[in-house]
Design a binder for this molecule. Sequence first.
Ligand code: C2O
Ligand code: CU
Ligand code: CU
Length: 506
Amino acid sequence: MSPTFGRRTFFRGAAVLLAGVAAAACSRSEQAPPRGFDGDPRPLPIPPLYEGELIDDRRHFQVTTQAGSAEILPGVDTPTWGFSGDHLGPTFRARRGEKVRVDITNELDEMTTIHWHGMKLPAWADGGPHSPIEPGATWSPEWSVDQPAATLWYHPHPHEVTALHCYRGLAGMFILDDEVSERLDLPHEYGVDDIPVIIADAKFHADGQLDEEIDPTFGLLGDTPLVNGITHCSFAATTRRVRLRVLNASTMRFHHLALADARPLHVIASDAGLLAAPEEVDSVLLSPGERVEIIVDLKPGEEVALESVGLDNNFGIPTDEYSPDFGFADQFTLLHMTGPGEDAPEARALPGELDPAASISPEVADAPRREFVLNTFEINGQVMDMNRVDFLIDHRGPEVWTVTNENSDWPHNFHVHDARFQVLGFSGTDVTEMAASGWKDTVALPPGATVELAVEFGWYPDNTVPYMFHCHMLMHEDSGMMGQFMVVEPGERAALEPLSGHGPHH
Ligand code: C2O
Ligand code: CU
Ligand code: CU
């Protein structure tokens, strides 16, 4: 048995053998260790920190989207895409209250768009499918950072090809700081004790090229997990306490994260910012697009690994031979970690309080309500249409959104642009692993589940450019599981200009 496979996988593998050949064919990634996991782990690559250039109170960033090649597998060159480099992108960092401008020059030979996932900002700057950047062109969104400290990210969002563009490597982290986050006694030295952990996956042809075949059920679901762009890596801590900012940038794969020796995880932040107080949990489920920040304390010389462990309940998806296997039982070692030297100073107790404002719930008793039913590639019985605006939000207050996964054997999740939400509750499922604490922008939905969300939107009324809501399993999004809304002045009507998002309108 390979060191990257644990007991649970072995038992499930044995059960599959008993169930016969048909079932074995569905359990793709349990047969052999993924490619790139033999030999010693390589050091965890850390994407460069990019703070732009601060002129007055405006932070100016410049990036390109470009083609290159990367050693995703040791000793093999794989053609990839990246931001200002071969693969992935720099970690942007900005502070609440600052104005941000980004000049993105598209050096690829096809159109893409760049979306700021989790950011509250004007629709024309959001980078959704209405803001194409043609080859050779530069797009320059601007906005003011007006939201709490958080780990956000950026990625392409072109209509119908988002999955492929992300899969080729266009993804980066965007860290926001504020007064609250800066005051806390938490690890905050980027790349030293504050570590980006960007999880993705890939499948490869024999020659090491990315296999880009889009399966009609699984899309670009890969069998090989990557962290910060490579297989099989290790982080050598120099401090006793590290903060992992974990982003699931996979196109389709969910990860059920735990530490290999089953020690508890201390969660300090969710998608949209710090929790009110640290939470101790055994594991965290992260669906595509979600983030979590966790604190790991390491003793000198010790070794522990961050793993993706199989979910015993398969996320509520039947395990019969007719149901698709989305990989919920797969087990991977994502990141080896080694403790610091003996002389590393002791870590102090974790702060008991993080962001007290995070415990304030929006007042939703009289809030407008909307319902969303997810089924296969549709939301409320419709597929995405660039020319259809599904609804308008013409008030500043929160709304209550109810989202149901109507499929019996497919997972989904749900992401809203220009928004953050609190989960009010789940019903219709026995699965309990969905992350539910704190402010979020993406939530996972097992089959049959209904989730009730209290949603707050950024107030940048514009009746010409829509925001998106969608399943963040990117093959679902690309296949139509997305809709559009606008934030407008009270009583205003939509005046959608197709492909109108090139510049500011006001
Ligand atoms: Cu991360 Cu609409 O996306
Ligand atoms: Cu988004
Ligand atoms: Cu979906």
